[in-house]
Design a binder for this molecule. Sequence first.
Ligand SMILES: [Zn+2]
Length: 96
Amino acid sequence: MRKRTWPNRKNRKCPDCGKMLTYTRKDSFDRAVGNNSVCKSCAQLDRKVTLETIEKMKQPKSKTHKKKISQGMTLWWEHRKEQEVSNHKGISKWQD
Ligand SMILES: [Zn+2]
């Protein structure tokens, strides 16, 4: 005997925490199985972790960026100092 009609409810376990999830629609159940989707609380936890990961990823990048800028400033100052020194040398040459 085969059941032709879709039963009112379909259950599947959350792959993350094993919580029993109840689906009232066959298409949402099929989609959840196809995506191997987790329960709502696990999905929120996932999103939180992802956001934290993004924030962590952002931090070193901005630090590197700042470092590059400061390096550029240092180079600019060193270049300026060199110019000043050569100017002084030129002046001292004139004075000698
Ligand atoms: Zn879960």
